[in-house]
Design a protein around this ligand. Structure first.
Ligand code: NAG
Ligand code: NAG
Ligand code: NAG
Ligand code: NAG
Length: 392
């Protein structure tokens, strides 16, 4: 198997790098991002001001939010599901961390720390049907993102930080690793791309949060050459060079999961980028081609489609199920590709604008897109956190 040169370089550098080489904070947001957002909000500049108001008007960002940690989180039909408690608490931990980082008011950091500490000292098991692997992936990367911000808070004790890392390493990561290696005993093309992608996001972010290069590299390697549907060539599996589009693995299934895969892909790339590994650019911006494909179809345009087959299904047409799905996903790829890289991303830009407008001028976060898990699968607040310039 041949690897691109930049893959070998990134791989060699990260394998040989000491733990201290990780950038902190360095998951979805860096110190420079927080400085930019703080300055813009203080200057009452748009769209950051509206983005900040979106954050502060979400009840998850309230100082009075109280966590409800559980010893067992269960996801999947067949037993009372209680995983909504965890995703609500993690949306709150994230929102409170943002409020603290942007305002400097440590009462928000204390409230976020109380949520993370409560779960670190209580959660022992993530159970359920096969869906437990979705919980381990989605909530693992969200938990790690809160930890990565809190580690920069002087008021968070080293013992509490250690307990949070222990939960990530002993409860979340083993499930992420198991899923990426064994896929719950299923045939390799059985699980849809979002299952791999959320577990890749979790492993990557746990690698950074715990300063473990082995775990970080496991996730990066999987992106390049993994066997399952989360690997880049399987997720964005069919390229249409003339149109600059890439058909997504879940496009014939439904659009909620197709857009989720885009959301997880760009979160993965953003977290790697903040560790100086540029996956956005990989293979001539292959992620952008997938984002453009999903955005174009969901905005109401036709897209080319090639029959998709795996061990379970043959899908001959793109699925219109949940077409037009509104999730806070698009500011991240729009700002990265258009504003930072200077590339064209016509449909991603238009979809970012549509979701922004629907939110009153900014993407919201968990709780702004309904009570179900889909509204919490991505951390959101992208207008606030990813905008690098004013819109004119
Ligand atoms: C969460 O699920 C576990 C396992 O089913 C159960 O023991 C626990 O009581 C549940 N918690 C809540 C608040 O429902
Ligand atoms: C990193 O994680 C791997 C996999 O769990 C483990 O084997 C290794 O000991 C860890 N390395 C460090 C430095 O903690
Ligand atoms: C992925 O596809 C690209 C072409 O777009 C190809 O160059 C590369 O070798 C493929 N990678 C793997 C691991 O198959
Ligand atoms: C959705 O797709 C199905 C199957 O291809 C088709 O029969 C139906 O007309 C489509 N509905 C809309 C609203 O486009």
């Amino acid at each position: 198997m041949r690897f691109p040169v930049y893959f070998l370089l990134a791989y060699a550098l990260s394998l040989s790098a000491p733990a201290a080489a990780f950038v902190h904070p360095g998951l979805l947001h860096t110190a420079a991002d927080f400085a930019r957002v703080r300055n813009k909000v203080n200057a009452q500049a748009e769209p950051w001001l509206t983005g900040f108001q979106k954050l502060t008007s979400n009840s998850h960002s309230a100082i009075t939010y109280r966590a409800r940690p559980q010893a067992t989180v269960y996801r999947g039909l067949g037993s009372p599901e209680n995983y909504s408690i965890l995703y609500n608490d993690l949306a709150a931990a994230y929102a409170l961390c943002l409020r603290w980082k942007i305002t400097g008011d440590t009462t928000f950091a204390d409230a976020a720390a109380a949520i993370i500490n409560g779960w670190s000292s209580t959660l022992k098991t993530i159970g359920g049907t096969s869906d437990r692997f979705l919980a381990a992936g989605l909530y693992g990367y969200q938990f790690a993102n809160a930890v990565e911000m809190l580690r920069t808070y002087a008021g968070w004790s080293s013992g509490d930080f250690a307990a949070a890392k222990s939960l990530l390493l002993n409860v979340f990561y083993p499930m992420n690793h198991d899923f990426l290696v064994n896929h719950n005993g299923a045939r390799i093309d059985h699980y849809w791309s979002n299952w791999d992608l959320c577990n890749m996001c979790s492993a990557l972010s746990i690698g950074v949060a715990t300063d473990n290069a082995t775990i970080f590299n496991e996730a990066i390697d999987y992106f390049y050459v993994g066997a399952g549907n989360g690997a880049i060539n399987h997720t964005v599996w069919k390229l249409y060079p003339a149109e600059g589009l890439g058909q997504l693995q879940e496009a014939g299934r439904d659009q909620g999961h197709t857009t989720l895969s885009v959301g997880l892909l760009v979160a993965f790339a953003q977290m790697a980028y903040n560790q100086n590994v540029d996956l956005f650019a990989h293979d001539d911006n292959r992620i952008l081609k997938g984002a453009e494909y999903a955005a174009k179809y969901n905005l109401g345009y036709d897209v080319p489609y090639t029959t998709y087959k795996n061990c379970d299904v043959t899908q001959t047409v793109v699925s219109n199920n949940s077409r037009g799905d509104m999730r806070p996903i698009w500011e991240l790829p729009y700002n990265h590709y258009v504003k930072i890289k200077g590339l064209r991303a016509e449909f991603t830009a238009a979809y970012a604008e549509k979701v922004r407008s629907a939110g009153g001028g900014a993407e919201g976060g968990g709780g702004d897109y309904g009570p179900n898990s889909g509204g919490y699968d991505q951390l959101g607040y992208g207008t606030l956190m990813y905008s690098v310039q004013s819109h004119h």
